[in-house]
Design a binder for this molecule. Structure first.
Ligand code: BGC
Ligand code: CA
Length: 711
């Protein structure tokens, strides 16, 4: 191992036995054409994305959601597909895609792609065949036709800026065809089992290749029936169940994600009884986060979450602040919509269809604290968070581009030409890179932010890292506390022994809050970003004050009290201190446990080791300055040892926690290696022992992992 640098663990690949991976996922949404252009033609491609995988790994995300990359005339950014099995030549080849997939998996990153089955481009060979085929023939019936354009009058129009009807006349077929979106996107006839079967084949095609999840685009509109508004029909749910059966028959760890822009009670059926989609976006939450911000009031958020029905155990919500579409205002009341337009889209150019075409940073006037606060909600609410590419560095938008392209400009990597996105002539780029003084690539780019520890990028990296440490975020229950100060949003996330408390100030002035935490009297809130211990909770209201748009994440740490000990024999009992582990293994690093290691275990343990360099001085204290998790049970710690004369030494101490039988076995084999005895509470008991110890930095990087392997 080279000196001075910790290398990534080579064993980091996706775990195919982890069928619930999406419940703990952190998803990064990107368009391959917007990310990185490897060949200088002005369009991002898979070879470019491959080069940027290390960046995404560094950020810490666990899944990539790729917007459509299939052959297409690109009149709806690729949602108008002409070949479900191919790759658009602008983006590379199937081989490039497979290489990307393999490399993503090697980095522990899953890949979610688009299954756009509601419609195809009218240039798709199926449509071309259908329009030429006989009326009512098998080929014609792949799409939905009618002789007049007045069928289904109850159905709303979605793209209100461009379409006046859901029917379009086809002179070749001499009939009208049905389309819920642009008229160049004809709706497939999913009432026809042959179409369902054909779709099932390319679903399998991508999953067989190794794709981990499929986003079901526009899923509420798959089937039609006269006399209805053609949304959320039972027939549509049957189609989804068919896809799901296909998945369950062949795979163990694949996921279907429903894009159903509907009210929570209408989205709930897309999870079925655990037999439809694994995930669904929570559309109505998103505008309410912005509403709560504009009104400095927790009500819109609490209200929509309390109206959100429970979902099956294996299901998960997909949460987002922004995405590639407009900030949709379909799932709000008329008054709320007016309010949102007024607050967030005063310039009519900022509006498209029924929504707002702006990115996160401009929506909040580029206030870094507000961006962080909204992300704190995104990352701590029940569901898996989705980051829209570029929002992790606070990219801006270009409202002078048409349609939703305002938020689809090239990723800003550096101050180089075209923001480091492409070597092409600027005029050749698929869209111009942002160049204004506030959001332009000279001010907002990855390179600068990676170098600046106080950048938004580093905040995002940190919040992702924290989120990944606690299962409660992805899997726990949500309980709102209802403080009198309605400007404060406060909630508990609980899962098994994990209890997390999140407190958010929605207001742009400092706010006080009293929280009723008496249920946790005796416990200590540990602030999760700085690991600062707050005063112990008592019976009286717990007082906090929050800076403008500030937030806190606390882990509620129960009072440490040993409940019993493993029987290690008398001499062990005498020499070794106890460490209580209350919940997960990671709780070994909680303040109380860490204190025992630092103040008791290490000072007693170190001087007796043969490799310890005696200074003739007594150890006054030790301090664990940092630790790196190597595997579930194994860490490397960096320990500062202070001696009574004020001198110091640094040691690297690899530690492993062993549980139950494993612990007993190790104790039998290497009794002298034991550092300290670990508790006994609930399901976890074990010993913590050292693998080996070397003085740092002299020899640290020469042996450790090898020695660890002996374990
Ligand atoms: C996608 C849009 C697209 C539409 C039609 C939506 O749900 O998110 O970007 O225009 O489907 O395919
Ligand atoms: Ca290219």
């Amino acid at each position: 191992m080279p000196c001075g640098k910790l290398q990534r663990s080579p064993s980091m690949v996706i775990d195919r036995t982890d069928s619930l991976w999406y419940k703990d996922a952190i998803i990064y949404e990107l368009h391959v054409r917007a990310f990185y252009d490897s060949n200088g033609d002005g369009i991002g491609d898979f070879a470019g994305l491959l080069q940027k995988l290390d960046y995404l790994q560094e950020l810490g995300i666990s899944a990539i959601w790729l917007l459509p990359f299939y052959p297409s005339p690109l009149m709806d950014d690729g949602y108008d597909i002409t070949d479900y099995r191919g790759i658009h030549p602008d983006y590379g080849t199937l081989k490039d895609f497979k290489t990307f997939l393999k490399e993503a998996h090697k980095r522990g990153i899953r890949v979610i792609t688009e299954l756009v089955v509601n419609h195809t481009s009218i240039q798709h060979p199926w449509f071309q065949a259908a329009r030429r085929a006989r009326k009512n023939s098998a080929q014609r019936n792949f799409y939905v036709w009618n002789d007049t354009d007045d069928k289904f009058p109850e159905t709303r129009i979605i793209f209100t800026d461009t379409e006046t009807s859901n029917w379009a006349w086809d002179p070749v077929a001499s009939q009208y065809y049905w389309h819920r979106f642009f008229s160049h996107q004809a709706d497939l006839n999913l009432n026809n089992p042959k179409v369902v079967q054909a779709v099932g084949q390319f679903l399998k095609y991508w999953l067989d290749m190794g794709v981990d999840g499929l986003r079901l685009d526009a899923v509420p509109y798959l089937c039609v029936r006269e006399g209805t508004n053609n949304e959320n029909l039972p027939e549509t749910h049957e189609v989804i169940k068919t896809f799901r059966r296909l998945i369950d028959q062949h795979y163990n760890d694949r996921m279907l994600l429903a894009e159903a822009n509907q009210w929570p009670e209408d989205v709930r059926p897309y999870f079925g009884d655990g037999d439809e989609c694994h995930m669904a976006f929570h559309f109505p939450l998103m505008p309410r986060l912005f509403m709560a911000l504009a009104q400095a009031d927790s009500f819109p958020i609490v209200d929509i979450m309390e109206k959100t029905p429970a979902i099956p155990d294996i299901a998960q919500w997909g949460l987002f602040l922004r995405n590639h579409d407009e900030l949709t205002l379909e799932m709000v009341t008329d008054d709320e919509r007016d309010f949102m337009y007024q607050e967030f889209a005063a310039d009519p150019r900022m509006r498209v269809n029924i929504g707002i075409r702006r990115r996160l940073a401009p929506l909040v006037d580029n206030n870094p604290q507000t961006i962080k606060m909204l992300n704190s909600i995104l990352f701590s609410f029940p569901g898996s968070p989705i980051i829209y590419y570029g929002d992790e560095i606070g990219m801006g938008d270009n409202i002078y581009l048409g349609d939703r392209n305002a938020v689809r400009t090239p990723m800003q990597w550096s101050i180089d030409r075209n923001g480091g996105f492409s070597m092409a002539d600027p005029a050749r780029l698929y869209h111009p890179v942002i160049m204004d003084p506030v959001y332009g690539y000279q001010s907002v780019n990855v390179e600068a932010q990676m170098k600046n520890q106080s950048s938004l990028f580093h905040f995002m990296k940190q919040i992702i890292g924290l989120r990944r440490q606690y299962k409660a975020f992805g899997r726990g229950s949500l309980t709102f506390l209802h403080p009198e100060n309605h400007r404060i949003l406060a909630y508990l996330r609980r899962y098994k022994h994990e209890v997390l408390l999140c407190v958010v100030n929605l207001c742009d002035t400092i706010q006080p809050v009293n929280l009723d935490l008496s249920e946790y009297a005796g416990s200590t809130p540990l602030e999760m970003f700085g690991r600062t211990e707050f005063p112990t909770i008592g019976q009286t209201p717990y007082f906090l004050s929050l800076p403008p748009h500030g937030f806190y994440w606390f882990k509620i740490v129960p009072q440490a009290k040993p409940i019993g000990t493993l029987d290690m024999g008398a001499s062990f009992e005498k020499t070794m201190p106890k460490v209580v582990i209350e919940s997960g293994r990671d709780s070994i690093w909680e303040m109380a446990n860490k204190n025992i290691l630092e103040k008791d275990a290490f000072p007693r343990f170190l001087p007796n080791q043969h490799w310890f360099i005696p200074t003739g001085q007594k150890i006054s204290q030790t301090h664990i300055t940092d630790w790196v998790k190597i595997s579930a049970n194994f860490w490397i710690t960096f320990v500062n040892v202070s001696f009574e004369d004020g001198s110091e030494a640094r040691y690297c101490l690899p530690l492993r926690i062993a549980l139950d039988k494993d612990a007993e076995r190790i104790l039998e084999q290497v009794p002298k290696a034991v550092v300290c005895l670990v508790n006994i509470r609930q399901e976890i008991s074990g010993v913590l022992y050292d693998a080996f110890l070397t003085k740092w930095p002299a020899t640290f990087f020469t042996a450790p992992l090898k020695t660890a392997a002996i374990l």
